[in-house]
Design a protein around this ligand. Structure first.
Ligand code: AMP
Ligand code: FE
Ligand code: FE
Ligand code: ZN
Length: 286
C-alpha cells in the first residue's frame, strides 16, 4: 500500500505503562492534537499499553504502531533497542520483559534504600508515583523526590541526585543487545537502535558493535533524536548507509516528564512503509 508523503510520523513515545506521564489513550489523544498521523507507543520493557492505545487510535483516527523499547547492555554500556510490530505473546520476549521488570524493581528498591539514609523517602512514596504493573525506573524515584519537595522537577533529579556516580545510583541488570535483537527478529519485530549516539548520557557503543548488531538482524538506527549530538548524527548516518540500515527520527516523548515534544523529530513515510512491511503484528488503523 502506498503511503502518502505528507504524513507526520513519530516512532518513539512513552505512556504511564512505563515512564511517560500520559495514559496510553491520553498519549494517542496528545498525538492527534499535535497533528501526528502515525505514532508508535514504545514503553520500556512492556506491551501493557498496546490495547488501550489501540482502542484510542481507532477512535481518534491516529495510526498506532505497537512497539517496545527494550533495555539491554553491550560491552558494559547501557543500550536501548526499539522494536516495532513484534508478537506480544512471543515467549522469549515475555520472559525477558518479566526478568528486566523484576531486575528494575529490585534496583529501584536498592536505590531507595540508599536514598533513605539522607532523604525521608520510602518505597511507598515511589509506588505512589506509578500505575500498577508499570516498568519502574529512576523517573518514578525522581517523581517521588519532587512530590516530597526535594526537587523542582524530574529532569533536575537526573542531573543531580539520581545521576550515575552519586552514592545513590545503582545500575540494573539487562540482557545482551545481540540476544535482544535475535529475540525481536524471532518474534517478527523490527529492531531499531534507540539514540545510539546519546553521548550526553554516557559512553556510546563503537561502530564495531553496531556492525555486530546488524549481523544479528538490526534493521535501523534512530539517527534524528535530540540526545544524539550533531557529530553523532553525521556518524550514525554514515554507518547506516554503509551497513544498509534504515534511519528513523523520533521524539522520545514522555509527557510532562521530559522536555521532548511530540514530532520534534520525525520519520520519512518510505521508512515507515518498510517497517510496516517487515513487522509481524498489524499496524492499528481506523
Ligand atoms: P533508568 O532506565 O531507570 O536508569 O532511567 C533512565 C530513563 O529515564 C530513560 O529511559 C529516560 O527516558 C528516562 N527519563 C524520563 N524522564 C527523564 C528526564 N526528565 N531526564 C532524563 N531521563 C528521563
Ligand atoms: Fe524513558
Ligand atoms: Fe531510551
Ligand atoms: Zn524512550
Amino acid at each position: 500500500m502506498g503511503v502518502p508523503r505528507d504524513l507526520v510520523i513519530d516512532l518513539h513515545t512513552h505512556s504511564n505503562a512505563s515512564d511517560g506521564t500520559d495514559s496510553p489513550a491520553g498519549l494517542v489523544a496528545a498525538a492527534a492534537a499535535a497533528g501526528v498521523d502515525v505514532v508508535a507507543l514504545t514503553d520500556h520493557d512492556t506491551t501493557a499499553g498496546w490495547a488501550e492505545a489501540g482502542a484510542a487510535a481507532r477512535r481518534l483516527g491516529v495510526v498506532l504502531v505497537p512497539g517496545t523499547e527494550f533495555s539491554a547492555r553491550s560491552n558494559g554500556i547501557s543500550v536501548h533497542l526499539l522494536s516495532y510490530l513484534h508478537d506480544p505473546a512471543h515467549q522469549a520476549l515475555v520472559l525477558q520483559n518479566a526478568e528486566v521488570q523484576a531486575a528494575r524493581t529490585e534496583r529501584a528498591r536498592h536505590m531507595v534504600d540508599r536514598l533513605s539514609r539522607d532523604y525521608a523517602i520510602t518505597w511507598e512514596d515511589v509506588l505512589a508515583q506509578t500505575e500498577p504493573g508499570t516498568t519502574i525506573g529512576r523517573p518514578h524515584i525522581a517523581d517521588a523526590l519532587v512530590a516530597l519537595g526535594y526537587l523542582t522537577d524530574r529532569s533536575a533529579a537526573f542531573t543531580s541526585i539520581l545521576r550515575p556516580g552519586t552514592p545513590y545510583y545503582v545500575p540494573h541488570v539487562a540482557p545482551d543487545g545481540i540476544e535482544v535483537i535475535r529475540a525481536v527478529r524471532d518474534a517478527g519485530g523490527v529492531p531499531v537502535f534507540a539514540h545510539p549516539g546519546a553521548d550526553g548520557r554516557g559512553r556510546v557503543v563503537p561502530d564495531t558493535v553496531i556492525e555486530e548488531m546488524a549481523d544479528a538482524g538490526l534493521v535501523g538506527l534512530e539517527v534524528r533524536h535530540r540526545d544524539n549530538s550533531q557529530a553523532q548524527q553525521v556518524r550514525l548516518a554514515e554507518i547506516a548507509r554503509s551497513l544498509g540500515l534504515i534511519m528513523t527520527g523520533s521524539s522520545d516523548y514522555h509527557g510532562t516528564g521530559k522536555p521532548n515534544r511530540l514530532a520534534e523529530n520525525t520519520t520519512h513515510p518510505d521508512v515507515f512503509a518498510q517497517i510496516e512491511e517487515l513487522g509481524r503484528s498489524e499496524v492499528i488503523r481506523q
